[in-house]
Structures are given as structure tokens and as C-alpha cells.
Design a protein around this ligand. Structure first.
Ligand code: AGP
Length: 604
């Protein structure tokens, strides 16, 4: 997604903004730009490709500036379409994240203006310039935001006044002010170097910073009134946002999973009893008869795992929906339906829209999220936070397993609330959950075995991932990990489904990854493996320690420790994350920033 970073203050403006844009690179982008306000002018530089402090930028002495990394939505990847955009007199400069939906009607306000780009954003500086004819810069921006329709977060810089202004409706921005240094960014973790407090800007709010006296004003443009805001402390450590000795953030985050699971467990469980860090109001569940889970991508896979848990332990019907489908489907929900929204970033546009759809129908919404202060946490009725720490790699790993942990704790909580299980069962489940991090460490120690599998199969063009029961979603997740970072076409299926089509794909060039643990479907999966081998297929199996039978059948086996079947996804997913990582690394892919992908899909 696009990234916005702006700064005003006495520091080296160019360096602060370039560093800020680099910290936003993980969001995905294809071009970038920066506008720097000097004493007499605004210097503009835009480029395709990676952010770099290029040439003459170094010598510019600026007191304020705005920067942008663009992930193309309207208009192709080009210098003209990259941000910042400006008006005809080159007075107002704007960077924007989101989509303005009523550009054509707004062009009536700026008759005769020439548009040099194909973007929706360019209308914003032109409109501001139009209203400057009879207003101050802040007043002109207030008029413009009342006209815009669609998702936006933008920052505007004025050549002729001392204001730096940001406005938000739907796309995220946060601000910080520290000893006369003012920062605006698309996300919190890019501010970790500068301030431990931030102003969370909500939809319908503007922040107006005055460079002359470093004063800051907040304005609610929905209700047309000034408001007060307090900067809030946030818990992101500098080290969390650094790669350390790891080659990629994704590898670091794969190996951080045991620690983050322990942290998530520790803040939500004490003395083998569930005490959520953010207490839930039981009122939310008083009419509970049905659950609908909405999410996208990997978070949707976490929802599919939770479906098995919730239905078997809480004994109520659960549906798992792609948020993008749910929001347009006129779903049948009411106040007896708990909607659970799962999102690492808390900014996924489709999931946000799904939540709004659910709330309109009167359903209580509980979100599972990794980013405090994000939009989803602020529009949900309650949020349970994963303690994964900042997840920088586009491919979600530690967020996924901590989502599973919170979802499992929620399952136990609801099962007890609905009096379906007793304290003894809960203690037993929690004891097994508490053992997962150590068992996961043992899986992570198998790098050599996974690398040797990679060496044999990294050049394949297709792959199949098969699992059953609570590990069918893990087959989907394994396929998504491989495809999104190595660009190999991969599909996940229920193992039993193979005979209904996918078996036609089997040949000596197609590896099939089976999740084959000792559960109720073990014998059936063994048969599926034999069916693949009978057709000269290649089999990579994830199996339990000391499984002698699987070694006779599969070409490669990655062993994982035993655990209760319900918790096996925590362990079966890790070899698949590692296999995807090492294959993508061998193929020299841009693992942390895969092509065309964004860490947070804040547009529809
Ligand atoms: C997962 O590896 C992908 N990066 C993607 O599918 C992601 O899970 C999806 O976009 C949802 O993001 P969210 O959890 O931040 O809502």
C-alpha cells in the first residue's frame, strides 16, 4: 500500500523523510517522491523504483517536507503519477493514500485546470488552490475535505504559509510532536525512532501544524469543530523494527514465533485460567447462537482453523467468510450473531467494510488484531490483541500463529461461557498450549532438513498442498506462503478432494506437500500419498516424530513433535513457512517485499 511520511522541524528534513519512507517500504510500492519546503520555494523530486537519497536532495536545506511511496491504483507506474502532486501554480503539494471516488464531479470546481497525471490524487491540491482564492490554507483544506468522497489520508504542504496539514477518512495516519519536531506517518512503527507517544488520527479528523510556533491543532471536519487530543504512549520497541542478524524480516519473524506465542499466552492466561489482557464484556455474548468470521488472506486461514475449534468445543455454527465477499453479499446476521474480524494490520479495507456491514445489522463485532490504534480496533466493539510485535515481512507468519493462539483462547472462553467444557478440560488444553513454544523451537531446529528439500525442488513451477480437518487450512496457508514469496503456482486442498480433480496434475515434476499427522484421518492421508506415488508424484510430508510408515512412502519427511490434534496447526505450519522462505531465497525473490503485494491492503 502507499506510504506517507512528513516532517517539520530543525533536523535534516531530507534525511528524516527518506528514512521514514524506507521504514514504510514493507508496505509495498513501485515509485516514490518528496517535496521539500525551503525558505523561498518547494523542491520536488519523484522517481520510479526504490527510495534513495538522490543527488541534489542532499544539499537542500528544508524546514518541512512530505514524502510518499506509491502502490499504483489509479494510473500506471510512472514519474507523472507518483506523488507529491501539485496545483497549476505549484503552490500546494499533496501526498495521499486511498481512493477519491468523486474526482469527475470535483473537476467542475477547477474548470480549465490541466491535469498532468492519471491519478485521483491530483484533484486535491488543485481544489485547495481553488479555495485559496478566498480562504486561508487551513480553511481551504477544511472546505476540500468536506467535498471528498472515498478513502483518504493526505498531507498538504503550502509554499506560501507555515502550515503542514493532514486529514484522514478511511486510510491510516498517525502524528507525533517531540520537542518542536513534528512527524506524520502511515504507520506507528516508522515513528519508533522519534517518539514513544503518538496522536492517533481518527476518520473525520485533521491535524494542523504551524511551523512558525510549532503549535498543533486538531479539527473534526465531520462535525466542523476544533477538538483536543492527547498523545498516547505505544508499545513498540526500536529493536522490533530492525532485521538484526537475519537476512530477511520474514526469517526473523518465523523464528520469533515461540517468543511471541509465549508473550501472547502470558498476557491472557494466569494460573491456567483465561484472563484476557483486554477484558471482554460477557454482555456481548448473551444472545450468542452463531459466529461469522470475516478476514482476508492468511487471517482468513486462521479463521478456518478457528471454525473447527469453535464448532467442536463451543458447539455453535460458524461460518468463515472472505471479508470482500461478506460486505457485498447482504449477509443474514443479527444480534445473535457474533462477528469475529481477524486482521494483522487492522487496516485491511475489505475487513473494515465487513465490520461496518456487520454493525449495521446489529451484530456485535470482536476483532483479533496486532496493531493497537489501528482502524479495525477502533470500530470494533472489542478487540483481543495478538502480541506478535511489528510484522514487517509482507508474508504473515508470527501474526498468524499468535492469531491462532488468541482464537484458541477465545474458543475456550466461549466454551466455558456456554458451559460446554469444565475447568479440568480448560486446564488440560492450556497446559498443552503452554508447551507449544518449546515444541515449535524443535521444528525450527530442522533448517538443514528443509534446506535439503529446497535444494531438490526450488525450481518447480507448481505445487500442491494437502491436509485434512484442522490442518486443511494449514495446507491453504502453506500454498499461500509459497506462491506469494517465490511466485510458484501453489494450491491447497482438502486431501480427500484430490481425487475430484487435482490428481490430474500429478506427475514427476509436481511436488505434493502432505500434512500427515497421527489424527483420525492418518490412514486416509497415507492412502492419498500412495495414490500420488502410484503416479510418479513427489511427496513431501509433515509427520509426527518417529513415524516409520511415512518414511517408507514419502520422498521427504519433516518431523514435528506430538501435540493434541487441535493444536497441531501451530506446529504443522512452521515447516511450510520455512520451506516457502528457503525456496524464495534460493530463487532470489524479494522476500520481504514480494512483487505486486502490500503488507496492508488499504484499498478495495
Ligand atoms: C499473508 O501472508 C498476506 N500478506 C495477506 O494475505 C494478508 O494476510 C491479508 O492481506 C490480510 O491482511 P490483514 O491480516 O492485515 O488484514
Amino acid at each position: 500500500m502507499c506510504g506517507i511520511f512528513a516532517y517539520a522541524g530543525p533536523d535534516n528534513c531530507t534525511k528524516v523523510i527518506i528514512d521514514g519512507l524506507k521504514s514504510l517500504e514493507y508496505r509495498g510500492y513501485d515509485s516514490w517522491g518528496i517535496a521539500l519546503k525551503t525558505r523561498t520555494s518547494i523542491e520536488l523530486k519523484k522517481n520510479i523504483g526504490k527510495v534513495s537519497e538522490i543527488g541534489e536532495l542532499k544539499s537542500i536545506k528544508a524546514k518541512a517536507g512530505i514524502g510518499h511511496t506509491r502502490w499504483a491504483t489509479h494510473g500506471n507506474v510512472s514519474v507523472e503519477n507518483s506523488h507529491p502532486h501539485t496545483d497549476s501554480d505549484k503552490r500546494i503539494y499533496v501526498v495521499h493514500n486511498g481512493i477519491i471516488e468523486n474526482v469527475d464531479e470535483l473537476k467542475d470546481y477547477v474548470h480549465g485546470d490541466l491535469f498532468y497525471s492519471k491519478t485521483d490524487t491530483e484533484i486535491i491540491p488543485k481544489l485547495i488552490a481553488r479555495f485559496l482564492q478566498e480562504s486561508t490554507f487551513p480553511e481551504a483544506v477544511k472546505k476540500v475535505v468536506s467535498l471528498l468522497k472515498g478513502n483518504f489520508a493526505f498531507v498538504a504542504l503550502d509554499r506560501d504559509s507555515n502550515y503542514l496539514i493532514a486529514a484522514r477518512n478511511g486510510s491510516p495516519i498517525v502524528a507525533a510532536l517531540n520537542d518542536g519536531n513534528f512527524y506524520i506517518s502511515s504507520d506507528l512503527q516508522s515513528l519508533v525512532h522519534y517518539s514513544d507517544k503518538a496522536f492517533f488520527i481518527n476518520d473525520g479528523e485533521m491535524v494542523i501544524f504551524n511551523l512558525a510556533n510549532t503549535s498543533i491543532e486538531f479539527y473534526d471536519f465531520f462535525n466542523r469543530k476544533s477538538i483536543q487530543k492527547e498523545a498516547q504512549l505505544y508499545d513498540i520497541q526500536f529493536a522490533d523494527c530492525e532485521r538484526g542478524n537475519y537476512k530477511h524480516f520474514m526469517l526473523k519473524e518465523i523464528f520469533e514465533q515461540p517468543r511471541q506465542l509465549q508473550k501472547t499466552y502470558a498476557v491472557n492466561v494466569s494460573d491456567f485460567d483465561i484472563r484476557f489482557h483486554y477484558a471482554l464484556d460477557p454482555e456481548m455474548f448473551k444472545n450468542l447462537r452463531r459466529i461469522v468470521i470475516i478476514a482476508c488472506g492468511t487471517s482468513w486461514h486462521a479463521g478456518l482453523v478457528a471454525e473447527y475449534w469453535l464448532e467442536s468445543l463451543v458447539k455453535i455454527p460458524v461460518e468463515v467468510e472472505y471479508a470482500s465477499e461478506f460486505r457485498y453479499r447482504n449477509p443474514v446476521i443479527s444480534d445473535d450473531t457474533l462477528v469475529i474480524a481477524i486482521s494483522q494490520s487492522g487496516e485491511t479495507a475489505d475487513t473494515i467494510a465487513g465490520i461496518k456491514e456487520a454493525k449495521q445489522s446489529g451484530a456485535p463485532v470482536l476483532s483479533i488484531c496486532n496493531v493497537p490504534g489501528s482502524t479495525i480496533t477502533r470500530i470494533s466493539d472489542a478487540t483481543l490483541f495478538t502480541q506478535a510485535g511489528p510484522e514487517i515481512g509482507v508474508a504473515s507468519t508470527k501474526a498468524f500463529t499468535t492469531q491462532l493462539e488468541v482464537l484458541f483462547l477465545l474458543t475456550l472462553y466461549l466454551a466455558r461461557f456456554k458451559q460446554k467444557i469444565g475447568t479440568k478440560d480448560i486446564i488440560n488444553y492450556l497446559k498443552n498450549l503452554a508447551e507449544i513454544p518449546e515444541k515449535m523451537e524443535r521444528v525450527l531446529a530442522q533448517t538443514d532438513q528443509i534446506v535439503s528439500i529446497m535444494e531438490t525442488h526450488y525450481a518447480v513451477s507448481n505445487a500442491l498442498f494437502l491436509g485434512r480437518g484442522v490442518n486443511y487450512p494449514i495446507a491453504l496457508e502453506g500454498a499461500l506462503k509459497l506462491k506469494e514469496i517465490s511466485y510458484i503456482h501453489a494450491e491447497g486442498y482438502p486431501a480427500a478432494e484430490m481425487k475430484h480433480g487435482p490428481i490430474a496434475l500429478i506427475d514427476r515434476n509436481m511436488p505434493t506437500v502432505f500434512i500427515c499427522i497421527r489424527d483420525q484421518s492418518y490412514e486416509k492421508v497415507l492412502s492419498n500419498i500412495q495414490e500420488v506415488k502410484a503416479r510418479n508424484g513427489i511427496v513431501i510430508a509433515v509427520a509426527n516424530d518417529n513415524d516409520r510408515r511415512i518414511t517408507k512412502l514419502a520422498d521427504h519427511v519433516i518431523f514435528i513433535p506430538e501435540t493434541i490434534v487441535e493444536l497441531s496447526p501451530f506446529l504443522t505450519v512452521v515447516p511450510l513457512q520455512m520451506l516457502a522462505y528457503y525456496i524464495a531465497d534460493k530463487r532470489e525473490c524479494d522476500i520481504d517485499k514480494p512483487r505486486n503485494l502490500a503488507k496492508s491492503v488499504t484499498v478495495e
